[in-house]
Design a protein around this ligand. Structure first.
Ligand code: ADP
Ligand code: MG
Length: 453
């Protein structure tokens, strides 16, 4: 849907609005939904233009989940709605539009207003990058005139880059900030800069800003002329004590097809990396996203969050995608409470894709133990300490270790984030009971039979 046309977007949105108007009171629909439209679709994001700041806030805080379900129902994909107002768009363009004779570029490259420092969860994997970004936002053009953030896809580079832009826009609105991705640049370059005059104009346009935020420079691979153009901009910014920030999904040393001389300059200021987040950071990110979407954290069992964090920690983007899918699944099944069983059902296909074998078996073990002891999966993986539940939990943990040979920490993540000593204790306990206790022997034997059948 990346390349949808305006009329396709219009049609999609009309269909969604028709659903929304059926499902909501007329006053609500008229007040917040009626005058919305799709501004653009960018990757997995749908930018929805709202009539007012109030409508934007209400939609974002109260209806984000609801709307993303409707959108995903209509498109069978995972899209995240981003709510913007005309002011958000104008903000970016006010410098552009004021000088009417000047051509304006990058009209579609808006800074996502929802990416701020406030909602960026900091953990060991990104704290250096977050500090560097915050430093840059508070002292643009300071001692480090370039900021270079690199890290794998979906780990928060665009979020941090946008947070810098949003921060500067809020605190020092007189500074002119421009955000664009290198892909935007390449598109724009083709569209506008066919001759020398056009190139000069674009150059002049870029030089009129105080801060440039340039996303995904790996896209400039083998684009020699564009790299040279960026280099000239860089030189100009350096001499004028202005700030440029870059992101790349590759280490500087691995950025093939980019002139080494240019790269050395780009990375000569602050250069920081973002790596994959740990489970705790992912849980924190999930909690932040749930609260931001206006949902109640208590709807989700704790073990659901640990399970998802563990499965999707390779990319925060896929972690978010999983949360959207889960919420969608919960809503179509009218589930008011989200436990691990529901979560596993909802995410089965997503989880299977990445690691088919072990996922199916984890679920099989939980299912088998759950039906053997007539307990729910969330009771087994949860925190309640009553006798029969604790016993079933020990058994399940023992089977995880015995049949899947998973690391203790990984098992801990499935069982509400218990630490490895607690997991080890359960395994030892069942080991011991197996030597003397007939009931345990029967249970393990029967369960293994059911799981392997
Ligand atoms: P990248 O640009 O590195 O590919 P993004 O910045 O687009 O990744 O991040 C993907 C998604 O994950 C975004 O929706 C972003 O808000 C979210 N995200 C990534 N890291 C964090 C974090 N530390 N805290 C909150 N959200 C995050
Ligand atoms: Mg990005």
């Amino acid at each position: 849907m990346n390349t949808t046309t305006v009329s396709q977007n219009k049609e999609l949105w009309n269909n969604i609005l028709a659903l929304v108007s059926k499902e909501n009171e007329k006053t609500i629909y008229d007040a917040f939904f009626r005058n919305t439209s799709i501004y653009k679709v960018d990757g997995s994001k749908i930018f929805i233009l709202c009539e007012s700041k109030l409508a934007k806030e209400i939609l974002r805080d109260r209806f984000a989940n609801y709307l993303s379900q409707k959108i995903n129902q209509a498109t069978s994909s995972n899209y995240t709605p981003i709510f913007v107002t005309q002011d958000d768009l104008k903000d970016k363009q006010k410098f552009v539009d004021s000088s009417t004779e000047e051509p304006s570029y990058f009209k579609n490259s808006i800074i996502d207003p929802n990416y701020t420092f406030d909602n960026f969860v900091v953990g060991p994997s990104n704290s250096e990058a977050q500090k560097a970004a915050l430093y840059t936002a508070t002292a643009p053009g300071g001692i480090y005139q370039t900021l270079f953030i690199y890290g794998g896809s979906g780990l928060g580079k665009t979020h941090l880059l946008s947070a810098i832009g949003n921060y500067i826009k809020n605190t020092t609105p007189e500074k002119k900030v421009l955000y664009f991705s290198s892909q935007d640049f390449l598109n724009e370059y083709l569209d506008f800069v066919s001759g020398d005059t056009r190139r000069e104009q674009l150059y002049k346009f870029l030089k009129s800003f105080d801060i440039l935020l340039i996303d995904d420079i790996q896209m400039l691979k083998d684009k020699k002329k564009t790299q040279e153009f960026f280099f000239n901009i860089y030189e100009d910014f350096r001499q004028n004590h202005k700030q440029i920030c870059f992101t790349s999904d590759r280490l500087p040393g691995e950025l093939e097809g980019i002139d080494q001389r240019i790269l050395t300059r780009f990375t000569s200021g602050l250069s920081v990396s973002i790596t994959k987040p740990d489970t705790d950071t992912c849980v924190q990110i999930l909690k932040t996203k749930i609260v931001a979407s206006g949902s109640d954290l208590s709807t989700y069992d704790e073990d659901v969050l640990f399970f998802m964090a563990d499965k999707f920690k390779d990319s925060v983007r896929s972690l978010e995608g999983a949360l959207i899918r889960l919420n969608f699944y919960a809503s179509i099944n009218k589930a008011e409470h989200i436990d691990l069983k529901l979560c596993m059902e909802a995410l089965q296909s997503m989880v299977d894709v990445s690691d088919a074998k072990s996922k199916v078996t984890e679920q099989k073990i939980l299912n088998a133990v759950s039906s053997y002891y007539s307990l729910s999966i969330s009771q087994i993986t949860g925190k309640i300490k009553s006798g029969n539940i604790v016993n079933a939990r020990h058994v399940a943990i023992y089977l995880f270790r015995d049949l899947l040979n998973l690391p203790l920490k990984k098992i801990g993540a499935v069982f509400s984030g218990r630490d490895h000593t607690t997991i080890m204790h359960s395994v030892e306990k069942i080991d011991k009971m197996l030597k003397t206790d007939v009931q345990t022997q029967t249970a393990i034997k029967e369960l293994k039979k059911r799981i392997s059948s």
